[in-house]
Design a binder for this molecule. Structure first.
Ligand SMILES: Nc1ncnc2c1ncn2[C@@H]1O[C@H](COP(=O)(O)OP(=O)(O)OP(=O)(O)O)[C@@H](O)[C@H]1O
Ligand SMILES: [Mg+2]
Length: 148
């Protein structure tokens, strides 16, 4: 999708104006789909280019984790409202083995996948809030980014 075919519109002024987007993550190509849908959603919400890029990065990290550690899962993007502000909420859910130690997983350079171990810490830094709940069979990551 090029910039030209997707101009930044009038920022949404109410959660009802933008329907939530849900997508299944089943194979590696779905990571790119999640990024694309997230970028589009962020643009429609009126986030600027750099915020759109950051949100896409966080979504990519969460999608990659789902595909790598759980095999499959789901992501949802929705508009949330609090204290008169609108934000984009990203929910990543999977039914995989779960994260054994969330505190460790949120720390820089912790990886059970022989990788950099920087995905979840990046998501935490990018989003204004980020919560992870996990047990065997259910992992839920919820991040929110408020519009300035
Ligand atoms: N959805 C998930 N299900 C199970 N375990 C997970 C999930 N997401 C993260 N983890 C665990 O948390 C650890 C840290 O995740 P994080 O994304 O920070 O690093 P990584 O995926 O190992 O490396 P990187 O993202 O930098 O390539 C992972 O190594 C894995 O053990
Ligand atoms: Mg990761």
């Amino acid at each position: 999708m090029t910039r030209r075919s997707c101009p930044r519109g009038v920022p949404v002024s109410s959660p009802d104006l933008l329907p939530e987007q849900r997508l299944d993550l089943l194979e590696s190509a779905d990571n790119a789909l999640a990024i694309s849908v997230a970028r589009h959603f962020a643009r429609e919400m009126g986030f600027d280019d750099s915020q759109e890029f950051l949100i896409a990065t966080a979504v990519s990290e969460l999608a990659t984790n789902i595909l790598r550690y759980a095999g499959k899962g789901q992501m949802t993007f929705r508009v949330v409202e609090a204290g008169g502000r609108l934000g984009m909420e990203v929910v990543a859910i999977d039914g995989g083995p779960g994260i054994a130690d969330i505190e460790k997983a949120m720390a820089d350079h912790y990886s059970t996948g022989d990788s950099l171990g920087l995905g979840l810490p990046s998501v935490r830094r990018i989003m204004d809030s980020f919560q992870v709940e996990s047990r065997p069979g259910l992992t839920i990551c919820v991040g929110r980014k408020w519009r300035e």
